[in-house]
Design a protein around this ligand. Structure first.
Ligand SMILES: [Zn+2]
Length: 124
């Protein structure tokens, strides 16, 4: 069992589309159970494409919607002190948060896993 992602956000360096892979059916069932016990909100980590000048970069949904270029009128107001610039905070989950969640998932799976492979030593 391992966790992987499709890439990292250009704006906030958050992992994009994280997913968990395993080669065992029982582990997959346990992961589904654990997602019901300790849910994780990953909709902000979806992949979107955004123009930066003439280049296209992969960004998360939060950066795609929240972080915008200010228009000329807004820029004028910010420069003259009429209004403050909007804070650019990304709401997508960070790498450290995902790793902490994955560690607790790994603990849950290792505690509840039943069909372990039996190692047979023929030499003894
Ligand atoms: Zn982002």
């Amino acid at each position: 069992m391992y966790i992987k992602c499709k890439g990292f956000c250009f704006g906030c360096n958050a992992p994009l589309k994280p997913y968990i892979k395993s080669n065992n059916q029982e582990v997959r069932d346990l992961v589904r159970k654990y997602r019901r016990i300790n849910p994780i909100f990953l909709y902000n980590n979806d992949t979107y494409y955004k123009f930066y000048g003439l280049k296209i970069n992969r960004v998360c949904y939060s950066c795609f919607t929240n972080i915008k270029k200010p228009s000329l009128k807004e820029l004028r107001n910010i420069e003259t002190g009429k209004c403050k610039p909007l804070p650019k905070i990304s709401l997508s989950l960070t790498k450290n948060y995902l790793l902490v969640w994955y560690n607790s998932l790994h603990k849950y799976v290792s505690n509840n896993f039943k069909n372990r492979q039996i190692i047979v030593y023929n030499d003894i």
